[in-house]
Design a protein around this ligand. Sequence first.
Ligand SMILES: *Cc1c(COP(=O)(O)O)cnc(C)c1O
Length: 349
Amino acid sequence: MIQDPTTLFRANIAALTPYSTARDEYEGSLGVFLDANENPNENGYNRYPDPRQTELKKKLSKIKGIAPEHIFTGNGSDEAIDLCYRVFCTPSVDNVVAIAPSYGMYTVAAAINDVEVREVLLNEDFSLPVDRLLAAADAHTKLIFICSPNNPTANSFDRTEIVRLIESFDGIVVLDEAYIDFAEQKGFIGDLDKYPNLIVLQTLSKAWGMAGLRFGLALADKRIISMFNRVKYPYNINVAATRLVGELLECDIESQVEEIKHERTRLMEFAQTLKCIKEIYPSDANFVLVRTDNADALYNALLEDGIIVRNRTRMPLCEGCVRITIGTHTENTKLIESLEKYDAQWQQK
Ligand SMILES: *Cc1c(COP(=O)(O)O)cnc(C)c1O
């Protein structure tokens, strides 16, 4: 495990002089602002946003139990994923290692940044292949991407195995915790002090119900966060999103998360009664992964009833698999009825 993550920055990034905004130079809030060429007539949106998101970070700091200097706020966690590449990986020189199957943006962002991805299949039981991940890395491997609970397999990886990976790797481990609010085990935010080579990604798009506002977090060593802030667009979060996120963070999502988990159990218990479903994987997320003999047929049958799920049959280790998001009670009832109908037809074949 490396102790100083700044040694891994791309040379041009380490040498960067960032854009300095008018709001960076003068931080007070009272006064006559004639420094940013804004239109002076107040309409609620005529001023540039705070490039540091100071107020929102205070709120997030309380919710997450971590100091604001450890928090990067981005336009979705997709922005944080892209920044991982831009900050650490020299195009066509460096590479990253990532688990497969997993979230598609790790490889898309890599391709855009001209960075090689070495995909390592999960173990057959979807557990974390720590030794094979480490074996896939070489002197040019800057990042290892893992996701727990993982999309689309829905399982959390063993904490001790995640720790072993972090402690054994001489680069940065990026741990995507998009679904952590639905998981039984705790995440790694509380351990960041121990691991200067760990970046935890979280998002407000899932449990917090703000996918439309585009707001994601990276949590890491202050030196990494500080560099993310230098490289990001100065005004990556707009004023409207800042206000709405601030308001919606006051909501108590606990009961919604409990309701979704309750519905998840209901759906999984029902799925066990179906002949067309061969396997239902344990879920620590707000979706379930099921395996059937013919994912395309199941997908199309649901689609005919107006229900759209995610066909994952073409992903590695996922042949025959369909990923189903947990909806409202009423939506899940519709799904159950449609599945029942499909299962009855399936049994006649
Ligand atoms: C949905 C999801 C995200 C969320 O990305 P945003 O850009 O924050 O909406 C991140 N990682 C994984 C694994 C996801 O499934």
